[in-house]
Design a protein around this ligand. Structure first.
Ligand SMILES: CC(C)(COP(=O)(O)OP(=O)(O)OC[C@H]1O[C@@H](n2cnc3c(N)ncnc32)[C@H](O)[C@@H]1OP(=O)(O)O)[C@@H](O)C(=O)NCCC(=O)NCCS
Length: 176
């Protein structure tokens, strides 16, 4: 488990499949900018068992172990990409910002990589804000990047480089 001051990140396992299915099939969990595909238990089991060692999905948990969101990372070429979702009732409380900082610290501390990236809908201001608060820089717009809800939509690309990050912000943070 990865522990921050306010939230913990716990790797998703087989025992979590019913909750993953429930959340994945709830359009409110994804929000207005995410895909709306429906999935079943068998598909999620196959997907979970097929993940590479370099792709991890975590629950974002409060200190009382309640599950309030998900965050993931996966390789993209020589770099990594991250994604995240919070339960509607738990948004705008700073939880996702902390979860992203934990993942960024973890990836830069455990892998010899120089770049982590994320892509979001141009209208998804909450997602852009959370990336900026976690130290990411906006790079530009990928035109017609993703097919979601019947339309080819643009994506705003953000990244954080190792030189932007410099040192851990949450995990094993150097003493001031
Ligand atoms: C994007 C998301 C994960 C952010 O999680 P969160 O825990 O609410 O994030 P935080 O509380 O750490 O920060 C959110 C910030 O966005 C701001 N924000 C929220 N809605 C906003 C809006 N419509 N316009 C501008 N800013 C907004 C909040 O005020 C907050 O900034 P602040 O701390 O300066 O006040 C959450 O909104 C979510 O789950 N959305 C649906 C799924 C999704 O879109 N995932 C990302 C796909 S790329």
């Amino acid at each position: 488990m990865l522990e921050g001051p306010v939230v913990n990140l716990r790797i998703i396992g087989h025992e979590d499949i019913p909750l993953i299915v429930e959340w994945a099939n709830d359009p409110d969990f994804g929000g207005e900018f995410e895909p709306i595909e429906q999935v079943n238990h068998r598909e999620i089991l196959k997907w979970l068992d097929g993940l590479s060692a370099d792709e991890k999905w975590f629950f974002i948990e409060k200190k009382d172990d309640s599950k309030i969101g998900q965050i993931m990372y996966a390789p993209v070429g020589r770099h990594f990409v991250i994604g995240y979702r919070m339960l509607p009732a738990e948004r705008n409380k700073g939880y996702c910002t902390e979860a992203i900082k934990i993942i960024v610290d973890y990836l830069f501390l455990t892998r010899d990589i120089v770049r982590i990236q994320a892509e979001t809908n141009p209208q998804n201001l909450a997602s852009q804000k959370v990336l900026e608060k976690a130290g990411f820089t906006k790079e530009g717009v990928k035109r017609k990047s993703v097919f979601i809800r019947g339309q080819w939509q643009d994506g705003v690309l953000y990244s954080i480089l190792r030189e932007d990050w410099r040192e851990p912000k949450v995990l094993f943070k150097p003493k001031a």
